[in-house]
Design a protein around this ligand. Sequence first.
Ligand SMILES: [Zn+2]
Length: 400
Amino acid sequence: MNQPTVQLYNKDSHKKTFEAAVLSCVQQTEKACKTNPGYVVTLDVTAFFPEGGGQPSDTGTISGIPVYDVQEDDGIIYHTLAAPLTAGETVTGQIDWERRFDLMQHHTAEHIISGLVHKYFGYDNVGFRMGSEAITIDFNGNLDETGIRLMEQKANQAVYENIPIETSYPGPDELKSLNYRSKKELSGDIRIVTVPGYDICACCAPHVALTGEIGAVKITSCQKYKGGVRISMLCGTRALQDYNKKEKSVADISVLLSAKPDEVQEAVKSLKNENQSLKDRLSELQTQILNYKAAAFPKGTASICIFDNEVTVNTLRNYANLLMERCDGICAVFTSLEEKEYKYILASKHMDVRPIGKSLNEAFHGKGGGSKEMVQGSLTGNRESIEEFMINSCSAISIY
Ligand SMILES: [Zn+2]
């Protein structure tokens, strides 16, 4: 039976390499591990943090062999490796420091933000995810823009103060008198992580040694979530990368708009206004054109079937309304968006157009419906077949 692993990260979160003796190595069956079949290795000591406290497990190498996954069970840490090691040999472990440091920065900032939100608003952290894109924290109460910016400013203040982070294992009596945050019922030795003045929380994960290591703390979004809010947060290098990305985006927009970067908002507003004016003008011109087109049919015209791709989907109904006034039979208008795809309208002031609409849909895989006076829909078919159908369905219909 394996002995509990000495967990080096508990005392020194900045330990990047270490030497250890291999205690066991077992080939993992594919069934037991679907994602990364490999070799499960236990060591006497390790700096690899297993998944826990909301923080993903470390990656890295042991004697040059990639470590995929690290899990803890009953005090023993299990490393999943790509190749086997021999029990008894001495190995060198190296954790992926860039990744671990990034996780510690975000995790420690999560403590500070959670402590601050609890102190200022009384809300609890009820969910925490460390994704590859952003870190999210869920709170069981609402935060508005002012509250978010206050929390962000206070968290960055904690960074400027460069406070040493403390870890301790208080006894049962001391724990009873300690007001700490905890995500679940805890048993055994409770590890308390304190950011003095900001947060006290039971947590098993490694954190930065000084708050100054976190770098910038930026809350990038706050959305309503399950009666509270979900905030997204970026720290350190990721916050800087996000700033660079957004800065480039504004710079690119500013070139496109020929506006200074701090004037793009006004430039977009005037572009939108200009666009609306053009839309209004286009609509006026379309109405004029429809009036001219409709005027080509004298009052008292018999049934007509028009194929006109210049009539847009938006103006189809207006055109049908104008034609109805001039037509004693049925007026049908078809407009094609792409080959064999038609939007159509059938209208009449004198007869029920629904039966023709229904059989038209049946004949051409169409859909749509409407009132006795007007049916609108879409269908698939070639023009000749549609013309033939209309000629057979309406007596004395003229095709245009
Ligand atoms: Zn923690």
